[in-house]
Design a protein around this ligand. Structure first.
Ligand code: G6P
Length: 365
């Protein structure tokens, strides 16, 4: 990717629209799942029995999605920690752990220090999921997976995030295969689903005009609440982070089941509530959470998918993603949230690519 903006207004917009290419490149040459994807020794690959993922910022949220995937698909206990916390707290290390660092830059000071801290505690199985081949984390880990997002210039991470999700999904399925849970037919089917991602992303990006229409309302708000459940809770967190970072609107994300334990007190007709609502086993529960918001006059902005039976009505606006994506759904559902933050920031006239007080890569503590 050149530094040329082409038809785009900002690098962030360009990078959002590059996601089909970035994910296609990240998946290129992948013909199956297993240790080879991570440059791991097949014998050593059998030796760990739990996972610890360390990351900061947006990369931390991709790690949070990975926890749902790995525990669900592979049945391996998985813990995710903010790197700046892990590096300074007392933990109980189990040497049979795969320690994964997730980082766009591979240079974030806290994540690098957390990796070194894990190594000092005796952890020898280490994997970097990283976008920069020459980075410190890639050099200092035993195994690596390089995402192919290309240079990311906008401070708010977009294509690095979705390619990290792809890498972590590959890890989850590879671990499921290790556990004997993936038949050759299933492997073929999962590969086909992954290969469909670029096309599916193009169709989601085509929703941009509808999202621009919503952004006008968001630019008038001082606060916003994001709700999700299950593996879409971290997607709600990422959506709220994007809005905070570039539009400076205060945004918070909650797992929708927690609404009644606090944030419901904040809901008024001035509070937009963004809901990530693909059709999954928690949708019925999510719908009753949405009723609680509606009953208090909250304005719901729902990102549904093809199979979600929710339609726009008084107090509820729906944008429908064109398909139902199963386990890959977080990779698709984050895209409209990126666009919503982007267009809200544009409406407010902020410096989208270089938001105040933030840096692309935080290489000092
Ligand atoms: C900074 C950037 C974020 C990024 C985080 C972690 O805060 O502004 O966009 O998610 O660092 O960066 P990393 O390079 O480790 O993914």
């Amino acid at each position: 990717d050149s530094v040329d903006l082409g038809p785009y207004q900002h690098y962030m917009q360009k990078e959002i629209f590059e996601q089909p290419r970035a994910i296609g490149d990240t998946l290129a040459n992948i013909a199956g799942f297993g240790p080879e994807l991570f440059h791991a020794d097949p014998e050593e690959w059998k030796k760990f029995e739990q996972i610890l993922i360390l990351a900061c910022g947006t990369s931390y949220y991709s790690a949070c999605v990975a926890k749902y995937w790995i525990e669900d698909l592979a049945g391996i206990p998985t813990q995710v920690e903010i790197a700046s916390e892990y590096r300074y707290r007392t933990t109980v290390p189990n040497p049979k752990t795969l320690v994964v660092v997730v980082s766009q830059s591979g240079e974030t000071a806290d994540t690098l220090a957390a990796l070194r801290h894990a190594q000092s505690l005796g952890h020898q199985f280490t994997l970097a999921v990283c976008n920069v081949a020459s980075s410190a984390m890639v050099r200092e880990t035993k195994w690596q997976f390089l995402t192919k997002a290309g240079a990311e210039i906008g401070v708010a991470s977009t294509k690095a995030f979705t390619t990290q999700l792809v890498a972590l999904y590959l890890l989850a399925v590879s671990l499921a295969k290790r556990a004997g849970k993936i038949s050759p037919e299933k492997e073929k089917q999962l590969l086909a689903e992954l290969r469909h991602l670029p096309k599916a992303l193009h169709a989601v990006l085509a929703l941009e005009p509808q999202i621009i229409a919503w952004s006008a309302a968001f630019s008038q708000c001082e606060n916003a609440l994001f709700l999700g459940r299950g593996m879409h809770y971290p997607i709600a967190l990422e959506g709220a982070l994007k809005l905070k970072e570039i539009s400076y609107i205060h945004a918070e994300a909650y797992p929708a089941g927690e609404l009644k334990h606090g944030p419901l007190a904040l809901v008024t007709d001035k509070m937009p509530v963004v809901t990530v609502a693909p059709k999954d086993e928690l949708l019925e529960k999510l719908k009753s959470n949405m009723q609680e918001v509606k009953a208090r006059g909250g304005k719901l902005y729902v990102f549904a998918d093809q199979d979600t039976e929710i339609t726009s009505s008084e107090g509820i606006q729906v944008i429908r993603l064109p398909e139902h994506y199963g386990n890959l759904s977080p990779i698709l559902h984050v895209v409209p949230l990126q666009l919503l933050a982007y267009h809200t920031a544009c409406a407010l006239g902020t410096d989208v690519d270089k938001p105040r007080n933030l840096a692309k890569s935080v290489t000092v503590e």
